[in-house]
Design a protein around this ligand. Structure first.
Ligand code: SF4
Ligand code: F3S
Ligand code: ZN
Length: 103
């Protein structure tokens, strides 16, 4: 599962669509964590899609990740600023790739 303390254990190495990317990143196999309030560990995401389907405010969008060992698309928290902290995405992700800091 995603490390809930990732902001303490990782560094911001990039920015993507207005959100931070927490490294390490070594494309295409290692993509890091996208987002901070709504964080998706791209190296864990298997493109299940439940988060996109269930988020009531459409925080997520698909992005391509060709060559990644787990999946060739990822759920990107493009609109993390819209999150209402319902925690549905955290509950439905089958591989626990998502952390929402509702604190
Ligand atoms: Fe969407 Fe709720 Fe997840 Fe926020 S916590 S990203 S509102 S499903
Ligand atoms: Fe990925 Fe989990 Fe969403 S596997 S697509 S973050 S439900
Ligand atoms: Zn992103």
């Amino acid at each position: 599962p995603i490390d809930p303390e990732f902001t303490e254990h990782r560094e911001v190495v990039d920015e993507h669509e207005g959100h931070d990317v927490w490294g390490p990143v070594e494309e295409p196999e290692t993509l890091g964590i996208h987002g901070t309030h709504v964080a998706v560990d791209f190296d864990i995401c298997i493109a299940d899609g439940a988060c996109l389907e269930d988020c009531p405010v459409d925080v997520f969008e698909w992005v391509d990740s060709p060559g990644h060992p787990e999946s060739e698309i990822k759920a990107d928290p493009t609109h993390e600023g819209q999150c209402i902290d319902c925690m549905l995405c955290v509950d439905v992700c089958p591989v626990d790739a998502i952390d929402v800091d509702a604190g």
